[in-house]
Ligand binder design. Structure first.
Ligand SMILES: [Fe+2]
Length: 291
């Protein structure tokens, strides 16, 4: 399996020949990062002035909910907030049409989730190991259980000073699961109901979600693992767009500033081969249903 799979862009609204789309889906499900090195996100001068950490309230991202059209995490107000909202909404629409064009097989079941703009520098920002995304991890949402659904993310580096976003990638998901899953204790009986009742989670946390949050934490907490595993740094230059299943692909974001990100969810039944999903891999390992 290739760590990176290069796809030549046909634009945000482009359609891809069936064999190219099938190759992209296969590579994505195998745990590759799909890279479009020539897919820049166009912005006006007025919009580019918003590429500044001053637009942040106190979160690390400005977030946008495409379902409600609402913006969160920003200090901008009035007309400036509206320019920012329309900018992020346009990225969201662009990412949606890119995914529809490149992965037509997912069209029937993929769902658009949150969008974010990350205008702050990554390096030197983390407050705790758990929040430190410069450590290799797989994505898991502690408060927002996915109950087996996949997490697909579309990133675009829009850095105006020509600086790359630098990642490192880790081992295949099977290796991560073999190494860390046996050390994760089963959830306490009733704990999922309590977390939900206390509104710590938005819906009931499945055993799958419990294991995924456990993997995320166990990977980040293990200093020896962090220094012994992973690729050399990979640079995503400005004007590059990249797509990955961030719930199975171990990744660490080492440095960089100014990036858009669109999250999608996909039920495992929507995959070309759901046997490659973390849910099915963990269920095979554990010998039981996890959702
Ligand atoms: Fe992540």
């Amino acid at each position: 399996m290739e760590t990176l799979t290069i796809v030549h862009s046909r634009g945000w609204d482009g359609t891809y020949p069936p064999e190219e789309a099938a190759r992209a889906v296969g590579a994505l499900e195998d745990g590759s990062v799909i890279v479009l090195p020539d897919l820049a996100f166009p912005m006006s001068d007025e919009e580019r002035r918003l590429l500044d950490p001053r637009i942040l309230a106190k979160a690390k991202n400005v977030s946008y909910n495409p379902a409600s059209g609402r913006l969160g995490g920003t200090s901008c107000t009035g007309a400036e907030a509206e320019v920012l909202r329309l900018l992020i909404a346009r990225y969201s629409e662009s990412a949606r049409s890119l995914v529809n064009g490149l992965f037509p097989a997912y069209r029937a079941s993929i769902r658009l989730q949150r969008t974010s703009l990350r205008p702050a520098e990554i390096a030197g920002r983390a407050s705790s190991w758990r929040k430190d995304d410069t450590r290799l991890h797989v994505d898991a949402f502690p408060s927002n259980p996915v109950r087996g659904d996949r997490i697909i993310r579309v990133f675009c580096n829009v850095n105006p000073s020509n600086r790359p976003r630098v990642w490192r990638l880790g081992e295949p998901f099977e290796r991560v699961a073999e190494r860390f899953a046996p050390g994760i204790p089963r959830p306490l009986p009733g704990s999922a109901a309590v977390l939900h009742l206390l509104r710590i989670t938005k819906r009931r946390r499945s055993e799958y979600d419990h294991i995924m949050v456990g993997l995320h934490d166990a990977m980040k907490a293990d200093d020896a693992y962090q220094s012994s595993t992973g690729t050399e740094p990979i640079e995503f230059n400005p004007g590059t767009t990249w797509i990955t299943f961030s719930d199975s692909v171990s990744h660490a974001a080492l440095s960089g500033q100014h990036q858009f990100e669109q999250t999608f969810s996909l039920p495992v039944s929507g995959m070309a081969d759901e046997g490659k999903s973390p849910l099915r891999i963990l269920e095979r390992m554990k010998g039981r249903v996890l959702v």
